[in-house]
Design a protein around this ligand. Structure first.
Ligand SMILES: [Zn+2]
Length: 269
């Protein structure tokens, strides 16, 4: 039986075509919306997935220097610390400059080391106030986190670098960094000095990853790092690679492809 309520009025046309119209009529409130809802949902999911993946991969942040030439950069996170003088001694032995991403509490606790690092020609950059993943900071705290810098004088001096703890990005990190005129600087090679492995094994693994332009992530704190640093510097020297400050590299933005490679390297070895 035909249900006239579905279309609201009696048919003025032949039965077969009315049947088709009645069918369309029952769904008239939903059919035009479904593709939009489905499409919108799929688009939102795609954007979210791309955002999460992009942030995890470090897409758009500064990652490494040019792959031609012979320059690399050594970077140390989390200091300054009681380990800093030992690192400086090894660096001085090879006349190698390095970039130190310091945290606010460590910088406040060791002003003499901050001074010594600057006087020795090392580059001082920011690693935040709270050593926590960005996702665990509310946006107003992350704003303070991104804005703090050991060399900041007044508002927004250009060219200052910020390396988020663990390299992690919240959905706000990029925007906040842009507003604070900071450049997010990551790395492409991990020294993995947080692992309980012999320095020789860590050095071998690190040197295998190093290419011209590489930015090597190490830490100012672990006991193994000074010895590891010595082995890395020796290996770099043998390969004709020269460590420079990050400001002299210069760093390039991480492409989508390089970012995915970075993800694989971080989680797949
Ligand atoms: Zn750190």
């Amino acid at each position: 039986m035909l249900d006239f309520r579905a279309v609201g009025q009696a048919p003025a046309f032949s039965q077969p075509s009315y049947k088709a119209h009645a069918k369309a009529g029952t769904a008239i409130r939903l059919t035009p919306l479904f593709p939009w809802i489905k499409g919108g949902f799929a688009l939102a999911l795609t954007v979210l997935a791309a955002d999460v993946l992009g942030r995890a991969a470090g897409w758009g942040a500064l990652g490494s220097g040019p792959r031609t030439g012979s320059h690399v950069a050594l970077t140390f996170d989390d200091g300054p610390s009681p380990r800093t003088p030992a690192l400086m001694t090894v660096l001085a032995r090879y006349s190698a400059p390095a970039t130190f991403f310091v945290t606010a509490p460590q910088a406040a606790a060791h002003p003499e080391l901050m001074k010594a690092l600057a006087e020795a020609g090392h580059q001082l950059e920011a690693h935040g106030i709270w050593h926590r993943p960005a996702l665990l900071l509310p946006p107003w705290k992350e704003w303070a986190q991104v804005r703090w810098h050991p060399r900041a004088t007044g508002a927004g001096a250009p060219g200052l670098l910020y390396r988020p703890p663990y390299g992690g990005h919240s959905p706000f990190t990029r925007l906040l960094a842009r507003l604070a005129r900071r450049q997010i600087a990551l790395w492409d090679v991990e020294g993995r000095d947080w692992l309980a492995l012999p320095a020789s094994e860590l050095a071998q693994h690190t040197l295998k990853q190093v290419r011209p332009g590489s930015v090597i992530l190490l830490h100012d704190g672990p006991e193994v790092t000074p010895e590891l640093l010595g082995l890395i510097l020796h290996g770099l020297h043998e390969r004709g690679l020269t460590p420079v400050l990050l400001r002299d590299l210069p760093m390039q933005r991480i492409s989508l492809r390089a970012g995915l490679g970075r993800l694989r390297a971080s989680y797949g070895r």
